[in-house]
Design a protein around this ligand. Sequence first.
Ligand code: HEM
Length: 168
Amino acid sequence: MLLHWLIALLIIASFALGVTMTDIPGITPTKLKYFSWHKWLGVTILGFACLRLLWRLSHAAPAYPAGMAAWQQKAASGLHQLLYLLMLAIPVSGYFYSLAAGVPVVYLGLVALPVLIDPAPELKMLLKTVHYALNMTLLGAVGLHVVAAMKHHFIDRDGIFKRILPLR
Ligand code: HEM
């Protein structure tokens, strides 16, 4: 539960910052600062997403309610797997995009993270597109995830949404 809401908040912040910073024309000190914050947020998300994946692999999720249709259970599991994949793939694509652009990442301005590839202009363009496309997929997947949660809460009233609330 803690990781779910922590990662959700960090993803919203990182997404909003990503859109804001790329909308700033030219190269300004503010834009460069936002790029750094965006990268630090993204690397933090990657760390928490790895923790969350390890947690999920070692702790099975609670079973779905008995009355939930089989296709809905499959759709929910598929969507959750996609969300795990995106939580990992988006930061990784951003990290390699930064390296391909020749800008190593210094986490919080303190820790130089590994430079795993040399600068590569063509790869840079490809990874920029991949980072963008994965983010748009995330937008759709999160939208569906929220709509499904609200349907369970307000229409089915099956208690599924309450399971992720720490203060229920
Ligand atoms: C879950 C984590 C992340 C999310 C949700 C996210 C989201 C976004 C979004 C929405 C954009 C704007 C795309 C556009 O409109 O073109 C963006 C751009 C960018 N992201 Fe991320 N990002 C994440 C992680 C990272 C990481 C870890 C790095 C690097 C270490 C990174 C580096 C960048 C860079 C350099 C851009 C600017 C692309 C350009 O030059 O136009 N991102 N990101």
